[in-house]
Design a protein around this ligand. Structure first.
Ligand code: ATP
Ligand code: MG
Length: 241
């Protein structure tokens, strides 16, 4: 089934919760499925833009993916319009934002089909993610049509292979109080490698060590599962309209 253009905005006030890691992973998953990907990097530190440059140098990039560094909602609108004007094709658009969402983000977020936030099971992340949720609720009051505010999902991030009792409690609390998708992002060296080297599938294909390949494949499968759950959330929303 054709999926068309899907726009996901990754937003959380909490710095370091894994926004850019999630963007790199989702971009990798969509590229691995043969789709085109556009990432809007709205972070002044150009974390995703810089990542693409390094990945290209290392030969771990794919021409189906593109990163655009901009803070300008109008530029994002114009570029999105250009994508929508192309003949129908599968295209994942990701918007990476910096910690500390502000009103300036309103116009960016309203162009997305889904808002997502990674949340680490720990008190600091929890409260700031709640604030992000409330910011989204307040956004409904600032727009003409509250239904234009995208759906919201959280993904639990950096879960240990053997979670402590406290961590398990934190996970439970997130599931009970936030719209969390079932598949978490595990704490993985592979994500650090992606950060330093490029797209998951491309690194995997240029790696000769079997064990590292296996780790990268597991991470890619995790990201594919997460992307599918986000896509389900977007479908539910369209059907409800
Ligand atoms: N699941 C994970 N496994 C291993 N390392 C992770 C994971 N998630 C995030 N990290 C690491 O945590 C650090 C912060 O992650 P990241 O840069 O994605 O956060 P961020 O939310 O984009 O931060 P900022 O708000 O500054 O933009 C990075 O070094 C990243 O590699
Ligand atoms: Mg970031």
């Amino acid at each position: 089934m054709s999926k068309g253009v899907r726009v996901i905005a990754v937003i959380s006030r909490k710095g370091g919760c894994g926004k850019s890691t999630l963007v790199r992973g989702l971009a990798s998953a969509a590229v691995a499925r043969g789709e085109r990907v556009t990432v809007f990097d709205t972070d002044s530190s150009q974390s995703i833009y810089g990542w693409m440059k390094v990945a290209k140098q290392l030969g771990n990039w794919n021409d189906r993916a593109e990163v655009i560094h901009t803070y300008d909602p109008e530029e994002i609108t114009a570029r999105l319009d250009a994508i929508y004007a192309e003949p129908p094709h599968d295209h994942l658009v990701l918007i990476d934002t910096f910690g500390g969402s502000s009103e300036a983000l309103d116009d960016v977020v309203l162009q997305a089909h889904l808002i997502v936030a990674p949340v680490r099971p720990g008190r600091g992340d929890y409260l700031e993610t709640m604030q992000t949720l409330m910011w989204r609720e307040r956004l409904k009051g600032r727009v003409d049509d509250p239904a234009s505010v995208p759906e919201y999902r959280v993904v639990i991030n950096a879960v240990s292979a053997e979670p402590s009792a406290t961590e398990r409690q934190g996970i439970e609390q997130i599931f009970q109080t936030m719209p969390a998708i079932e598949e978490p992002m595990m704490e993985r060296k592979a994500y650090k490698q992606v950060d330093a080297e490029g797209l998951l599938g491309e690194i995997r294909d240029s790696t000769r060590k079997g064990i590292v390949q296996n780790h990268l494949t597991a991470a890619l499968q995790e990201m594919e599962a997460i992307l599918e759950l986000f896509e389900d959330a977007m479908l539910t929303e369209t059907e409800a309209v």
